[in-house]
Design a binder for this molecule. Structure first.
Ligand code: PLP
Length: 447
């Protein structure tokens, strides 16, 4: 058994961490080496317990340590661990999962293409959308409108769809089909929608394949749109005949207090991408759900092979785990719990805002929440980036045994929360109390 120091040495030497400060990692080593999890809690190799207030990467919706999911994987692996779904082969777990997703997805979203994660799902949606337009005789529709602050992943196309410029600048593989418009953060619906209309007109409506949006921007800082925004967006897409792709990678599977995030605004997209919560992170899986009318065009107008597929599209073991995971979400009424705990979390955040004068906007939708740290809550003036306000709160929370994430892009200091949907009232209040202490400590240090 490796001790912690040995593990940290090996970690520095051999493990290139995803989306991480690589130099700091080398100098300081990993802060926590996590060893096990149970419910909303994680334990590191030293035996210290943490509350996982961000569901690890916004994905462990049913909480840690669910033996049912381990047994579902074991049972499927023992019977048929892997089999191809290419060409004319199929298998029961993928068929049943596709049927289940069609059942729980809104309206006419009834056909599923599987992937291994969110980035692959978005890249697949873009290719399917362009392919659809080619089959419909409109091959010039190859551009996609995404939004600033959006996060859609790190594959070739999804990197370029992402509206956080650091991700696009990192690798330099520029796929030029993407343009970015304003997101409804600190601007009104009409300004945000006007920004989309202007972009459509500037690029030429006949060149636009689809508009792409997360129902709530997660990595951008839990940005919840105004009430009428998505209805206006849907109208605009219909006016120009543009497809609407919803990226439900974070917001799917109960995270926002509905099974899928867009349901809050009674808007149905033409395509919906998902990953994360579909298996609660127990095994990689993602996908794209398309509407009946898109599916019909793909089926009826294609002449040969649909040249798009991953080895692991519809992986039987992943599909079996997903089916069990959705069963847990339904049986334990976790969507309803997400809705109920939303109110408790918001009440806690509002009390912190009342008590501490460096707290700006606080917001929740289901079990997605954000607390903004600002210099002046009246004017919304922010701390300069040298102050490092949000990372300091994250460190103070870590000290107090709470794991969550901060967003500092674009000069913001946003603390993001997305605890497992199994969380109860006492546990939500525990997070809130520790957050109150952490912000109080940071306030004293920085003012
Ligand atoms: N889309 C959204 C909204 C996400 O939050 C993420 C990941 O955080 C992705 C796509 C990319 O998913 P993955 O990391 O599984 O490729």
């Amino acid at each position: 058994m490796n001790n912690k120091n040995n593990l940290i040495d090996l970690d520095k030497k051999h493990f290139i961490h995803p989306t991480s400060p690589i130099k700091q990692q080398q100098e300081q080593g990993a802060k926590s080496v996590i060893a096990e999890g149970e419910g909303i809690y994680l334990k590191d190799v030293d035996g210290k317990t943490f509350i996982d207030a961000i569901s690890s990467l916004w994905n462990v919706n049913v909480g840690h340590g669910r033996k049912e999911l381990a047994y579902a994987a074991q049972e499927q692996m023992s019977k048929l661990a892997f089999s191809s779904a290419f060409s004319t082969f199929s298998h029961e777990p993928a068929i049943l999962l596709a049927e289940k997703i069609a059942e729980i997805a809104p309206d006419d979203l009834n056909a599923v293409f599987f992937t291994s994660g969110g980035s692959e799902s978005n890249d697949s949606a873009f290719k399917l959308a362009h392919h659809y337009w080619k089959l419909k005789g409109e091959p010039k529709r190859h551009k996609f409108i995404a939004r600033k602050k959006a996060y859609h992943g790190v594959a070739a196309a999804s990197t370029n769809a992402t509206g956080i410029s650091e991700f696009r600048e990192m690798g330099g593989l520029h796929v030029s089909n993407f343009v970015h418009v304003e997101t409804p953060y600190e601007i009104s619906t009409s300004e945000a929608v006007a920004s989309i209309r202007d972009m459509i007109e500037r690029e030429g409506p006949e060149t636009i394949a689809a508009f792409l949006a997360e129902p709530v921007q997660g990595a951008g800082g839990v940005i919840i749109p105004p009430r009428d925004y998505f209805q206006e967006v849907r109208k605009l897409c219909d006016e120009y005949g543009i497809l609407f792709i919803a990226d439900e990678v974070i917001t799917g599977f109960g995270r926002t207090g509905k099974m899928f995030g867009l349901e809050h605004w009674q808007v149905t997209p033409d395509m919906m991408t998902f990953a994360k919560g579909v298996t609660s992170g127990y095994i990689p899986l993602g996908g794209v759900v398309v509407s009946d009318s898109i599916h019909q065009v793909l089926k009826e107008r294609s002449t040969g092979t649909l040249f798009h597929g991953f080895t692991y599209s519809g992986h039987p073991t992943a599909a079996a785990v997903a089916l069990k995971n959705i069963e847990i979400i339904e049986n334990e009424q976790l969507v309803q719990n997400s809705q109920a705990m939303c109110k408790v979390l918001l009440k806690g955040f509002q009390k912190i805002k009342e008590d501490i004068d460096i707290v700006g906007d606080v917001r929740t939708l289901g079990l997605l929440g954000a607390v903004e740290i600002v210099k002046n809550p009246e004017t919304n003036e922010r701390f300069s980036s040298e102050v490092n306000a949000a990372p300091k709160v994250i460190d103070a929370l870590h000290e107090r045994g709470v794991i969550c994430r901060s967003v500092t892009f674009g000069g913001t200091d946003i603390i993001c929360f997305a605890p497992p949907l199994t969380i109860n009232e006492a546990q939500v209040n525990d997070i809130v109390e520790r957050l109150h202490d952490a912000i109080t400590e940071v306030r004293e240090a920085i003012l």
